[in-house]
Design a protein around this ligand. Sequence first.
Ligand code: TYM
Length: 344
Amino acid sequence: MIDAPPPAYAGPQRVFSGMQPTNGLHLGNYLGALQKFVALQTKYECIYCVVDLHAITAGPDPNELAAKTREVAAAYIAAGVDPARSIIFVQSAVREHSELAWVFNCIARMGWLERMTQFKDKAGKHTERMSVGLFDYPVLQAADILLYKATHVPVGEDQKQHLELSRDIAQKFNNDYQAPGFFPLPEPLIQGPGARIMSLREGAKKMSKSDPSDMTRINLTDDTDAIMNKIKKATTDPLPLPESQEGLAGRAEVENLVGIYAAMSERSIDAVLREFGGKGFGVFKPALAELLAAKLAPIAAEMRRLNADPGALDAILRDGAERARAIAAPIMAEVRGRVGFWEA
Ligand code: TYM
């Protein structure tokens, strides 16, 4: 007889995602994640976290961490996450994240983590000098998601492998503790042209906060002049824009700019090429820069306004932490029971 498959997770659908409070957010963070955070609010219960426990894997300045944490929260709100509807909170304020990460440390296998390309990229040849926390980063990420039994996770493409690991951990927990369907296998939401925004200078490198050159990225706080200048100097080639997607093959920088235009205007690549195909960059670049400036300026202005009142941001984050804890604590209590911890 063939065994029936274990019952699938049957709980509520819930969105969870997070961003690290390191060095300000850029267009990749916005198009890969934040824009989706906003859109998903109308369909799902959403929980958005500022992941300061993850940030300390990169050893940021303790004098700046709290301010950078508030800045990311301000960016969420300025971009359109509504703190009355969605939960916005700071990871370290809900202690259960660390607690569940420990349980998951005893579920995840060394071999699974050794395959993580992001760790290999960050560590280079110096793995023995990296913190254990950096190696363990994706296990904490799995704990973030599963502490809320989140079913959907909006992220950029660079997080695909970490999401696969979260699914493997959920599955192994469910198997090891004979708890079929206890944790959902979270689905990454990665679709769309914004999922992989590349450097403005090199089409093979992703846009990143750690790139030493500021000309490679658009920061959410860049003013119109900076945006115009960066797009003007972005790498392209002498050919006009192609009429169809096939014409983007082998033109990574051009593909990236067209993708940015499509994601920012919430249109398809085909629609953008129908408008600009056959035209030169003398026409396309100013249109792209204007679009970016028009969309980002109000967000930057709102971020400045919110950052000027840290007390108001703190009140939002305190309320968010309370609401997050109200979901997390009973799930963690159930995990403790499943694992068999002593209970008074
Ligand atoms: P972080 O802060 O590095 O990135 C935040 C989000 O931005 C996306 N992203 C990009 N998307 C498109 N193009 C780019 N060039 C680009 N650069 C960054 C990332 O994919 C991410 O969605 N590990 C997570 C933080 C995290 C998390 C979580 C996410 C911790 N726990 C739980 C989801 C669920 C990260 O990459 O953060």
